[in-house]
Ligand binder design. Sequence first.
Ligand code: FMN
Length: 236
Amino acid sequence: MALKVLGILGSPHPFGGSGQLLRCALEGAQREGAETKLLSVYDGEIKPCQGCIQDEEPNCRFPCIFDDYGKELLIEINQADVLLIGTPVYWYAPSGLLKNLIDRMTCLENMVAYGEPSYMEGKIVGAITVGADAGLTLAGGYLLTVLNAMGAIVPPWAHAYSRQANKAIFDDRAVMDAINVGLLAAGLASRLKGREGRLSYLDDHGLLEEIRQKILAQKEVFETQNGKTPLSKSGS
Ligand SMILES: Cc1cc2nc3c(=O)[nH]c(=O)nc-3n(C[C@H](O)[C@H](O)[C@H](O)COP(=O)(O)O)c2cc1C
């Protein structure tokens, strides 16, 4: 069965910088034979966690007490082998809506209170952070630390970042790093399933350019349909 790789986007801009790099990571995962899906935290309501873990009779168990879009995302996360999160840096941190989802992911981890392993245990994770200034590594480090604290596994080269904001797709280093985030996360997941899988950084300018042009073409279609002027393909 193909690996399931889920990308969660924490940006209001489907083709903003973090969306661009997250798509590069999913392309990388596809090169390892994975099935990929991209979902955004902005596509429905994610109620904030109400901390029911503290209740006398604990209610905090998968798939959460709330019946909203957040629950749909939690179910998708539970079904994935690999979770790749891409977020804009908002004040040195992931976006607020993404943080709401992370808080709601407590129900996956808290299955330990019911005698089961954390439902995040053994999933492979990667992070993409995009900003215009500072806090990129803080936000990415936060994501990987928290996901690991829930039981997830962090592969080599698991964080890609760019401070080129919505022009991140023209940041060669970040694009190559993002492709590797997907490639190596899927590679590690394959290894854990007893198959072959890549675990070393790939530096391939031809692949970088091919994926960049693919994402730019998707972006152009999206922006034409949504009435925005596409960025020039040369990045100028
Ligand atoms: C509320 C808010 C806070 C921000 N804080 C930061 C920050 O701390 N560091 C930074 O580098 N960029 C910051 N930015 C800039 C965004 O990270 C930047 O515009 C990025 O491209 C957004 O990602 P997106 O294009 O994927 O939506 C902030 C933007 C907003 C709207």
